[in-house]
Design a protein around this ligand. Structure first.
Ligand code: HEM
Length: 418
């Protein structure tokens, strides 16, 4: 059923109806009116035995800090049968889907790769990738017929796969093919109504696991100065991770390093073009504005909309009982528009004070790559907009059919160079 204005202004929409709307293609394309409709039902919405929907900012902060809300780890996925799928076999070996004590063990092992020093050193890689792909855009424009160019394919996805590819020592010739597999794996995070829906994610995961498994063997034979070689050396020195966990950590570094940063570049560029008075100011020397603009993009239109938790025990939560084993869906993108936290939340406003969206999560699983992701966008977007000051949208961007990891499938632009 398509979303209509009439439905959205009626407060009578029930939670089940709004939730099923949310996971239709139209709902995923524009979930914000549905979040507003759900908000009418309160910041915490019981969905019966299937779980609880949490939309409020404070409520989500509480859940993310409460150790009784577990991430959906191997034990949980064993009960759903998802563990039999190669996508979840790999995901349940990484810290994001592990609980204490495995979570701390894995996070400790990888922490160095996300240190401020590492991020500073990677800025050069990001600048090089951004220059390379803006030059590529100019070449496409000069060689083409002046028609629209898809900025997702030509820029937003290419900068992060080049940065992460350089870090991991992945040959350039392999990168674009891996990019397709990366996006496919992220469909595993969507609600699954039929196990067949996991096929694309499983196929993508098979490609990535095989590839990184080979790369780990190769670097063990011939170490270099890349991140894979360092992680292989550390693992072999102290055995902190199993071999499968090592490969899974690298798979995750590749997926997380590429997909959400690509989506954030896409969202930032779109908002820069649709808010030109601020967007035009996004230059390399305008650090404060660039930073505020990215924070507001993360609030207003984040790359990840929903996190899932599983209740370890019965939990009394803001007047509701969350039953042991049931799921809590934490809608970060709705919390980012909680009017109790953000004044006039539907307005894109780069001047907000104390702007703290939940887009990188919170608590023990807070995104380890937040600074790395932001740095790539801070570098890439000003390079693009400075090179093409007349860049404009040629058509409304289209979205992938995903809500949990949400981003553009295509963004047709004209570069405005002629
Ligand atoms: C705009 C880009 C990004 C967004 C919006 C984002 C978002 C998130 C969120 C919401 C979480 C919390 C998951 C949870 O609590 O269940 C998370 C965790 C994580 N992210 Fe990111 N992420 C981004 C980029 C990256 C990058 C570039 C990397 C690394 C290359 C990365 C690595 C991680 C890791 C390792 C975790 C798990 C931390 C843990 O479980 O302790 N992320 N991310």
């Amino acid at each position: 059923m398509p979303v209509t204005d009439r439905q959205l202004t009626e407060p009578v929409m029930g939670p089940a109806e709004a939730l099923s709307e949310l996971f239709t293609p139209a709902g995923k394309h524009n979930p914000y009116p549905l979040y507003d409709a759900l908000w009418e039902l309160g910041p915490v919405i019981p969905l019966g035995p299937s779980g609880t929907l949490v939309l409020g900012y404070d409520e989500i902060c509480t859940a993310l800090r409460d150790p009784r809300f577990l991430v959906t780890d191997a034990a949980v996925h064993r009960t759903t049968g998802m563990i039999d799928h190669s996508s979840w076999q790999c995901f349940t070996k990484i810290m994001m889907f592990s609980n204490s004590p495995d979570h701390e063990r894995m996070r400790r092992f990888a922490a160095w790769a996300y240190s401020p020093r590492q991020i500073t050193e990677r800025r050069q890689l990001a600048a090089r990738a951004a220059e390379r792909w803006t030059t590529h855009l100019a070449t496409l424009d000069a060689d083409g017929d002046g028609g629209p160019i898809d900025l997702v394919e030509t820029f937003a996805t290419r900068v992060p796969i080049w940065v992460t590819g350089d870090l991991l020592g992945i040959p350039e010739a392999d990168r674009l093919e891996l990019r397709t597999a990366i996006t496919a794996t992220t469909t595993a995070f969507e609600p699954v109504f039929d196990p067949d829906e996991l096929r694309p994610a499983d196929a993508g995961m098979d490609v990535l696991v095989d590839y990184l498994d080979d790369l780990v063997r190769e670097r063990r034979r011939r170490p270099g100065d890349d991140l894979v070689s360092t992680m292989v050396r550390d693992r072999d020195a102290d055995g902190a991770l199993s071999e499968e966990e090592l490969v899974a950590s690298l798979v995750m570094f590749l997926i997380a390093g590429v997909q959400s940063p690509s989506d954030l570049i896409g969202n930032t560029v779109r908002l820069a073009l649709t808010n030109p008075s601020e967007g035009r100011g996004l230059t390399a020397d305008a650090d404060d504005l660039v930073s505020a603009f990215i924070t507001e993009t993360l609030r207003f239109d984040p790359p990840n909309h929903v996190l899932t938790r599983s209740a370890e025990t019965d939990i009394d939560f803001y007047g509701h009982r969350i039953a042991a084993g049931s799921r809590a869906l934490l809608v970060l993108a709705a919390a980012n528009r909680d009017p109790r936290q953000f004044a006039d939340p539907a307005r894109f406003d780069v001047t907000r004070k104390d702007n703290r969206p939940l887009s990188f999560g919170l608590g023990p699983h807070y995104c380890l790559g937040a600074a790395f992701a932001r740095m790539q966008v801070e570098v890439a977007v000003p390079v693009l907009l400075s090179r093409f000051p007349h860049l404009s949208l040629a058509a409304p961007p289209t979205y992938r059919d995903q809500l949990v990891t949400r981003g553009f499938a295509r963004m047709e632009v004209t570069l405005g160079t002629t």
